[in-house]
Design a protein around this ligand. Structure first.
Ligand code: HEC
Length: 113
């Protein structure tokens, strides 16, 4: 391969690789956003969804403290199969797998450690 051709090719490869990394980072941010949006829509009437503030309903735990009670992953099943039907005030939610992933990723990202 001649040099004048090899150089632009190399540049293109480096740019593509960089773009790939950016996509992964954006993917995580987008996933957190999606999880946050889902929780805001479905849960924020009772729970504090973000990193600050109290739950609108005093008896509903703030989401950023959930991991103090149990690991966040353990919510996966409840989210996918109908959430906490044992709590009479809380409506039943069933989320699709990608939404469960987004919700868990978001919850993980806001936990107080
Ligand atoms: C109508 C109000 C309401 C809505 C909407 C609501 N919750 Fe709750 N949730 C509660 C209350 C009240 C409790 C505390 C119940 C208890 O401890 O018996 C609770 C408890 C929880 C708990 C803790 C359960 C435990 O065993 O400690 C989790 C996790 C939870 N909610 C997740 C969610 C998610 C996720 C959503 C949205 C998809 C949601 N909730 C929507 C009222 C609500």
């Amino acid at each position: 391969m001649r040099l004048w051709l090899a150089y632009p090719l190399l540049v293109a490869m480096v740019l593509l690789a960089a773009a790939g990394h950016r996509t992964v980072a954006q993917g995580t941010a987008a996933m957190h956003k999606r999880g946050e949006a889902l929780l805001t829509k479905n849960c924020a009437s009772c729970h504090a969804v973000g990193t600050t503030g109290d739950s609108p309903r005093a008896d509903a735990p703030t989401f950023r403290t959930l991991s103090k009670k149990y690991p966040i992953e353990t919510l996966a099943e409840s989210l996918a199969e109908g959430l906490f039907t044992g709590h009479p005030d809380m409506p039943e939610f069933v989320f699709e797998a990608p939404d469960v992933g987004a919700i868990l990723a978001y919850l993980e990202s806001i936990q107080e450690r």
